[in-house]
Design a protein around this ligand. Structure first.
Ligand code: 4AD
Ligand code: MG
Length: 477
């Protein structure tokens, strides 16, 4: 007999005879009421046991976490809290769970505790909801691009290029750990690493995606990227997933339009397709907010925030205008935004970004035309000779969610920049070929998938929106 998903039973419009479900015990009370969750939906289904006809031993084994197969009839429930329940006719315990030792007790655990048990935390309502939303969001990403004729490109994970030039790379070795060549000083000689070549885990698939955009027109990547930045923040992971569309013939305005339309599409998609999980996450956040001091409370609920993004245009502001706003603002009034006023040319710190988004514009912001000196080599130089066609999208509570640009398509300008930055032109011969043969204006951006999941789920720490977070402290599992 095929088993039915709890989600389908709970959505049933009428009673159903003889159903089979398989799942895990969440709670068991009064020797009668079993709450079973099978992961298909956040809600448990109540299964009512005829305990007089169930052995003492079986009743004892119905502990939190145990895996069970339950056969019975789906009937209208007389209790409050659920429309349907299962009157159990047959119960089989597939896997016991030692009630004394099982770490996921039916109580509220701290997020820190759950992080240490990343292999089990997905069994909680919270992480079940977050991970289902994450899954639906990734489907929405593919849906958006595939629907619009973009080709999905799988760019290399092991690569010789450091696309961003920020030096935050994890080097790769193909050599046994006890046989890595050493320099004369006794340091590891990384140059020898990958079958005689120097390679690293990719920080971005952009450069490879550009080569594909110059043939297929519109492409996107969606894959893991790696950064060895030792920043212990709630926004950084050493391993994260990035979505990088790249479009031939798009200028920066078209790039902004694409990014805004894309973000709105995926948010709308989860609003429509994850109502139970989002309702749960909304409630959870409301409860958390209610415990804060009035002044620190968010004026909007999670669902209101999501709808706000859909209903309002992102504010488009040049870097230069943003610096003026920051200079003219009154910093020390609110301690939360106690930043130092910046001069033109400086990179914005996250507190500047938060000021612009949360205090000044109260809306997502697209900042563009950044100083060339603080951005990567491949961005298109503006006629002023000092700014580049870069754009960052800043989100409330998140900060930078997207980084992108119009690319420098002029071979001579690009070569000049490469020289200035002391990058070895020979290493980029393949990239420069796109500018040698049929070069054309093109643009793209990278969206940090986990930051998007954070925004949509309202989780404040990025480690809680990826199944197994890789951070400087944590590489188990
Ligand atoms: O701004 P970034 O570094 O841009 C690039 O990598 C470009 N090559 C993208 C492109 O134009 N195709 O990174 C893009 C986004 C950031 O805006 C942020 O959302 C996310 O990637 N990101 C991280 N997310 C989690 N942990 C980290 N350590 C991240 N670093 C960047
Ligand atoms: Mg960036």
């Amino acid at each position: 007999m095929k088993h039915t998903k709890v989600k389908d039973l709970l959505n049933s419009t009428k009673p159903v005879d003889d159903v089979l479900i398989k799942g895990w015990v969440r709670t068991f009370r009064s020797n009668r009421f079993l709450a079973i969750n099978d992961g298909s939906v956040i809600h448990n289904i109540q299964c009512v046991i005829d305990f007089e006809n169930t052995s003492e031993e079986t009743l004892k084994r119905l502990t939190t976490g145990a895996a069970v197969a339950i056969q019975g009839n789906l009937v209208e429930s007389s209790g409050s809290g659920q429309q349907f329940e299962i009157q159990v006719t047959n119960l089989e315990i597939l896997g016991d769970s030692d009630a004394e030792k099982y770490p996921m007790q039916p109580k509220k655990h701290t997020l820190e505790f759950l992080r240490e048990n990343a292999h089990l935390r997905v069994r909680t309502n919270l992480f079940g909801a977050v991970m289902r939303v994450r899954s639906v969001l990734s489907f929405a990403v593919h849906h958006y691009f595939q629907d619009r004729g973009f080709a999905y490109v799988n760019t290399p994970i092991i690569t010789g290029s450091d696309a961003e030039g920020a030096g935050e790379i994890f080097q790769v070795t193909s050599l046994p750990l006890n046989n890595i060549p050493k320099t004369e000083e006794g340091d590891v000689d990384y140059k020898q690493d990958f079958f005689g070549k120097e390679t690293n885990l990719t920080v971005s698939g952009q450069l490879e995606a550009e080569t594909f955009a110059m043939a297929l027109g519109q492409v996107y990547t969606f894959g893991p990227t790696f950064r060895a930045e030792n920043s212990n923040t709630s926004r950084h992971l050493a391993e994260f997933w990035m979505i990088e569309p790249e479009v031939a013939f798009n200028d920066l305005d078209a790039n902004m339009d694409l990014a805004e339309d894309f973000i709105k599409y995926v948010i709308r998609y989860v609003l429509e397709n994850c109502p139970e999980d989002l309702t749960f996450l909304n409630q959870r956040l409301k409860q958390e907010e209610s415990q804060k001091k009035a002044a620190d409370r968010s004026p909007m609920t999670l669902l209101e925030k999501l709808r706000f993004v859909l209903e309002n245009n992102f504010k488009r502001v040049s870097y230069t205008e943003a610096i003026d706003i920051l200079k003219n603002s009154k910093p020390n009034r609110n301690k939360k935004f106690n930043y130092i006023i910046e001069e033109w040319g400086a990179d914005l710190q996250s507190e500047h970004e938060r000021y612009l988004v949360e205090k000044h514009f109260k809306s997502p912001v697209i900042l563009f035309d950044y100083p060339a000196d603080i951005k990567a080599f491949y961005m298109r130089l503006n006629d002023d000779g000092k700014t580049v066609r870069a754009m960052d999208i800043l989100f409330p509570g998140i900060g930078e969610i997207v980084g992108g640009s119009q690319r420098e398509e002029r071979l001579d300008v690009l070569q000049q920049k490469i020289k200035e930055l002391d990058i070895d032109e020979k290493e980029l011969w393949w990239y420069l070929d796109t500018r040698r043969y049929g070069s054309a204006p093109h643009s793209g951006f990278g969206l940090g998938f986990e930051r998007l999941v954070q925004f949509v789920t309202g989780m404040s720490n990025i480690r809680d929106v990826i199944p197994f977070p890789r951070t400087p402290q944590n590489a188990e599992f």
